[in-house]
Design a protein around this ligand. Structure first.
Ligand SMILES: [Zn+2]
Length: 203
């Protein structure tokens, strides 16, 4: 049974580009040999992605929770990802968003409701810890939705952009590096395409 097998990546896993998590999540639709693939299309793919991103989540996502992921969970993540993808696309292209997609994000956002518990440390210092009764797999969806809302309402400081390189479908955070492409490879390809177009225009 795959759930307890050694951790190996299933075929065609999405790239991890080092973007902030909401954009990394949106970028789980990616091209393989010219065809778009869904990087979350099976429980194995979703488990791989969540395990790979676990260190960047505030939600505690233990192995037990990952191993319990079902095809239904996968559908929920895909619904959320597709809505997020369309909303980020609407945002960067300054198009009107679909109300359905806004509703999907808000539905996911309302699923995780952590609350603070007050603690008094032995040294007399008050502190707090966040607790939740939301199952971790739902809490992760809420966490991603919260982060996405902060991207779209402008409070995250991120500047999502669509990579303009030929054939690239990724979004990236322009605020992080001020670069114009999602990667060095895309920058090189875009420059080569521009050079080619210029050369053939003047030939
Ligand atoms: Zn790119």
């Amino acid at each position: 049974m795959f759930l307890h097998a050694p951790v190996t990546a299933p075929a065609d896993v999405p790239p991890l580009n080092g973007e902030p998590l909401p954009l990394e999540f949106v970028n789980t639709v990616f091209p393989v040999r010219g065809t778009l693939r869904d990087g979350l299309r099976t429980p194995e793919h979703l488990i791989w992605w969540l395990r790979s991103c676990r260190g960047r989540l505030a939600t505690d996502l233990p192995d037990d929770a990952l191993n319990g992921i079902t095809p239904t969970d996968t559908h929920c993540f895909i619904l959320l990802r597709d809505a997020a993808h369309r909303l980020v696309s609407a945002y960067v292209h300054e198009r009107e968003p679909d109300g359905w997609d806004v509703a999907q994000i808000n539905r996911a956002s309302s699923m995780g409701r952590p609350w603070p518990l007050l603690r008094w440390e032995a040294d007399g210092t008050p502190s707090s810890v966040e607790v939740s009764i939301t199952p971790p797999v739902l809490a992760v969806q809420a966490e991603i939705a919260h982060a996405l809302i902060r991207v779209l309402d402008g409070t995250s400081g991120l500047e999502p952009r669509a990579c303009p390189a030929p054939g690239c479908v990724f979004f990236f955070d322009h605020a992080r590096s001020r670069r114009e492409w999602c990667s060095t490879g895309c920058g090189n390809r875009a420059r080569a395409a521009r050079h080619y177009a210029r050369h053939h225009r003047t030939a």
